[in-house]
Design a protein around this ligand. Structure first.
Ligand code: F3S
Length: 138
């Protein structure tokens, strides 16, 4: 029997982004994840290299659809603020973003983006800020 990937009760209750099972399992939990660094920046360099168009755009953040991501990792070096990580390499303070990416990928507000566009007007001012989660618009 597979192990649940997170100790957190809320994450353990969240459905698996890959198969829709009510729990996330180690065997198919792999994806790449956009972290808080993207919030209020949205440089969008990442989308031009994605071979499967797995990025979805919201008002001030891009999310990766875990059902589409093939773990190719080509987007990682494209992001000017190093917002993208393989799920297994996420910094400890960004682990919550796996669930947020999966949730937002299912939101009707977030639409597939396949071509880069200009960043948000204040992107450079937000680039070095941390703790941006309260700014996330859904
Ligand atoms: Fe966000 Fe970086 Fe892409 S800021 S939109 S993850 S290039």
């Amino acid at each position: 029997r597979s192990k649940i990937t997170s100790n957190s009760e809320s994450a353990a209750r969240s459905p698996c982004g890959r198969c829709g099972h009510r729990y996330r399992f180690d065997s198919h939990a792999m994806t790449h994840v956009v972290t808080e660094a993207c919030i209020n920046c949205k440089y969008t360099d990442c989308v031009d290299v994605c071979p499967v168009d797995c990025f979805k755009e919201g008002p001030n953040f891009l999310t990766i659809d875990p059902d589409e991501c093939i773990d190719c990792a080509v987007c990682i070096p494209e992001c000017p603020v190093n917002a993208i990580f393989a799920e297994e390499d996420l910094p400890k303070d960004q682990l919550h973003m796996t669930e947020i990416n999966a949730d937002l990928a299912r939101s009707p507000v977030f639409k597939t983006l396949t071509k880069s566009k200009p960043p948000l007007p204040e992107a450079d001012e937000w680039a070095d800020k941390t703790g941006k989660l309260p700014e996330l618009k859904r």
